[in-house]
Design a protein around this ligand. Structure first.
Ligand code: C2O
Ligand code: CU
Length: 515
């Protein structure tokens, strides 16, 4: 059973609306129809998250990590959250700006911070996951956001190897908006924006015999996980017919894919993992893996109520199960002007702002095999589990490399590397166009993804990580350390000397390196 079961207790007070479809041996049967029975008028508010923004693009914030019981969908999570906000506090910063974050640890485990997608330095007080902030301690991060950081949606989360799944599932994450996406995509100017932070936790199994099958359908029937948008199980969204909005969606769940759709709606992806795409990518389903971000223009059709469904599929052992739950209801009112419902028009091309690496001279090719040790809960890259005393890959600054990333298992893995975005050149041998840069990519089961990475920005010199962003796999070994070194200044990438155990790079006020 799931190890998070112990963090969540059942508390079945509220019925969630849920649509469940079971496909057993190829037969599809509708088992339960949506039945939302909320007394009185439905609350029509979309819950926005609190924000911290600074003048001139710098941000100064204190993030206090503390325990909190969070109730979502009638289920209580014994969470650990920043500033009391399970959904996350939004940090808004500009390229060239600075994130000054005081991290205060008021929980009983070590924590730290990672700025997921940052092109900033992995050294010192920056995006340095070697830092460990012990219980009762605080640490002042100073993360400089490079001018070249692509504007878009990012996130921060704690990154203590061995405990990342637990700490992220319990709530220690939040979104970062690097401002300026509208400069890359001017057609977004003036659109209403909505930020949707998706989080997931697992519910405890029911106490033996204590519950009937229908006492807690949201939890019981949808894979035992509780999903939320901005910390709430259900959101209401009001839109005018024909209106366009920019939705910015961050999947901050530890392990899970989200598959979102709204029947009758059209979506155009404008940015992935914080980077504007070369053109709008039209889709009707949003498949967002753990750690991934998607920014899209959403266009409302004619008046009506449209559920935002979160679907999932499990297959195996001769049967498949697919389920979906309603995460939000989009209430569209008014008349759509004829022009708005007409064709969306040709998508403007946007320069990628980075060279196409298919034409690059490759300095090295590496093969990485993501696998599981047979019969064990041990996940490996090239047969090895993570060791913070071992540097697995050394890359000279300036190199452009090709990495062949294989999934030699039947499980889902999602490759992520810190400090850079990469270009996907093929998936299972199929060449990919240069229309996006990513920082997380799914590696198909028993398949391979070929990526190219430019290690050319002097900012990224140092030791940082790549790993599976299914955090339970990362915790159980599926991570390696890379060192980008400057051949002219080899000492620059050096980290403080390793010490045994969790303290290997602990930095706390007192043994300090004041900026
Ligand atoms: Cu979002 Cu190393 O992770
Ligand atoms: Cu994995």
């Amino acid at each position: 059973m799931n190890r998070f079961a112990r963090f969540a207790t059942r508390h079945a007070q509220r019925r969630a609306s849920i649509g469940l479809v079971l496909a057993v041996l190829g037969l599809t049967a509708v088992m339960a129809a949506p039945a939302r029975a909320e007394p009185g008028p439905a609350p029509r508010d979309f819950r926005a998250l609190p924000e911290v923004a600074g003048r001139s693009g710098d941000v100064s914030a204190t993030l206090v990590a503390a325990p909190k019981d969070v109730v979502v969908d009638g289920v209580t999570l014994h969470g650990y959250v920043f500033n009391g906000e399970y959904g996350g506090t939004v940090l808004r910063v500009r390229p060239g700006g600075r994130l000054k974050i005081r991290l205060v640890n008021s929980i009983d485990q070590p924590i730290n911070l990672h700025f997921h997608g940052s092109h900033g330095s992995p050294l010192g007080r920056g995006d340095n996951v070697h830092i460990v902030v012990r219980p009762g301690e605080r640490f002042d991060y100073v993360m400089d956001v490079p001018r070249s950081q692509p504007p878009g949606l990012y996130w921060y989360h704690t990154h203590i190897h061995g405990n990342v799944e637990e700490l992220v599932s319990r709530g220690l994450s939040g979104p970062i908006i690097v401002e300026g996406l509208e400069d890359r995509a001017p057609e977004l100017r003036g659109l209403k924006q909505r930020l949707l932070v998706l989080k997931t936790f697992s519910a405890a199994p029911p106490a033996t015999g204590a519950d009937t099958a229908d006492s807690d359908p949201a939890v019981r029937r949808v894979h035992g996980v509780v999903q939320s948008v901005n910390g709430a199980a259900h959101a209401d969204v009001d839109m005018a017919a024909g209106a366009k909005e920019l939705w910015r969606i961050s999947n901050e769940s530890a392990n899970d894919y989200y598959h979102l759709s709204i029947k009758g709606f059209r979506f155009r992806i404008v940015a992935l993992d914080g980077v504007a795409t070369a053109r709008d990518l039209p889709v009707d389903k949003l498949d967002i893996g753990p750690g991934m971000r998607m920014e899209l223009v959403v266009e409302a059709p004619g008046a009506g109520d449209y559920p935002l469904l979160s679907g999932a599929t499990l297959t195996g052992l001769g049967h498949g199960m697919s389920t979906s739950r309603e995460l939000a209801m989009v209430h569209v009112t008014g008349q759509a002007p004829a022009a708005a419902v007409a064709e969306m028009g040709p998508a403007p091309a946007r320069p990628m702002g980075a060279p196409d690496l298919r034409q690059a001279t490759i300095s090295a090719t590496r093969t990485l095999s993501f696998a599981q040790r047979p019969g064990e809960e041990v996940y490996t890259i090239n047969g090895l589990t993570f060791d913070h005393n071992r540097v697995d890959v050394r890359v000279p600054l300036g190199a452009v490399e090709e990495w062949v990333i294989r999934n030699d298992s039947d499980d889902m893995h999602a490759f992520h590397i810190h400090q850079v975005h990469f270009q996907v050149v093929s998936i299972n041998g199929e060449p990919q166009p240069f229309d996006r840069l990513l920082d997380v990519v799914r590696i198909p089961e028993r398949g391979a993804v070929v990526i190219r990475i430019a290690f050319t920005d002097p900012q990224i010199v140092g030791r940082f990580m790549f790993h599976c962003h299914v955090l339970k796999h990362e915790d159980k070994g599926m991570m390696q350390m890379i060192e980008v070194y400057d051949p002219k200044r080899p000492e620059r990438s050096a980290q403080p000397p390793p010490m045994p155990g969790m303290d290997h790079m602990s930095m706390h006020e007192g043994m300090d390196m004041k900026p």
